[in-house]
Ligand binder design. Structure first.
Ligand code: PEP
Length: 258
């Protein structure tokens, strides 16, 4: 099997800054504070996904390998007629190693599994690791949400053969746990979900490959719940929104996991 994008012995912690902060000055301040934080880079791969506008400038002046960069989205084609879009080639040339694909906030504005599948393929073509975001909006009592998760995985990976899937990362983000005023998922329930997701991956790619694919959790992660979510939830890392904009909180998350 080909070498994976990051070793299973490490945890992958991804910061999604979304459409924040408002200025480059502020972005630099958050980043500079974070890079001074002490954490064990032998145990953690840290990826910051700022807005495109700031990523290039932050990456240009940053020389250490302790923090990697990602984009929050990318276009599924390299087509000069795509006004306002960013291509995977541009990502590659901006030192980007990871891209969030199919975040719930993009699915909410109409992004389909079909488009997501194309984006994953494009990322892999450029040797960028796609982080495929999946997750249900709500928990139906009859368990329908499980079918939705299954459909998201199968359709989003429909074009990705066994030989290429080892570079894909899955981020499970139940939408009801993401954002302001929400609570993170219970870590035992998370463990059940990781088992469910692994079962689907086994049915698609076989046990050996499926068990190697990293699964992250996202949704109201903070310095107090990060370790428990990873340990009890049996995930390979975290996707962090709001808490990643506070360098002290994000630094504590990294320190607690070290
Ligand atoms: C996210 O937007 O991916 C996310 C996990 O947000 P938060 O941590 O703020 O819930």
């Amino acid at each position: 099997m080909k070498k994976r994008a990051f070793p299973k012995t490490k945890k992958l912690i991804v910061a999604n800054w979304k459409m924040n902060p408002e200025s480059f000055k502020e972005a630099k301040k958050i980043f500079d504070l974070l890079r001074k934080k002490k954490f064990n880079a032998n145990k953690i791969v840290t990826v910051i996904c700022p807005p495109y506008l700031f990523e290039n400038e932050l990456a240009k002046s940053y020389r250490s390998n302790k923090i990697k960069f990602g984009f929050q989205d990318v276009h599924f084609e390299n087509d000069e007629k795509s006004t306002g879009e960013i291509s995977t080639e541009m990502a590659k040339n901006s030192k980007v190693e990871y891209v969030l694909v199919g975040h719930s906030e993009r699915r909410q504005i109409g992004e389909t599994n079909e488009v997501i599948s194309k984006k994953i393929k494009k990322c892999l073509d450029e040797k960028i690791t796609p982080i495929l975001c999946i997750g249900e909006d709500e928990r139906h009592e009859n368990g329908d949400y499980l079918n939705l998760i299954k459909e998201q995985i199968i359709e989003s990976l429909s074009d990705i053969p066994k030989t290429r899937v080892h570079d894909v990362v899955i981020a499970y983000e139940p939408v009801w746990a993401v954002g302001k005023g929400k609570n993170s998922m219970d870590s035992h329930e998370l463990h059940q979900m990781t088992i469910f997701i692994k079962k689907i991956l086994v049915s698609l790619y076989g046990k050996k490959i499926a068990m190697e694919l990293p699964i992250l959790y996202g949704g109201s992660v903070d310095a107090d719940n990060a370790l428990e979510l990873i340990k009890q939830g049996q995930v390979d890392g975290l996707l962090v929104g709001r808490s990643s904009l506070n360098s002290h909180v994000f630094g504590d998350i990294l320190k607690n996991l070290s």
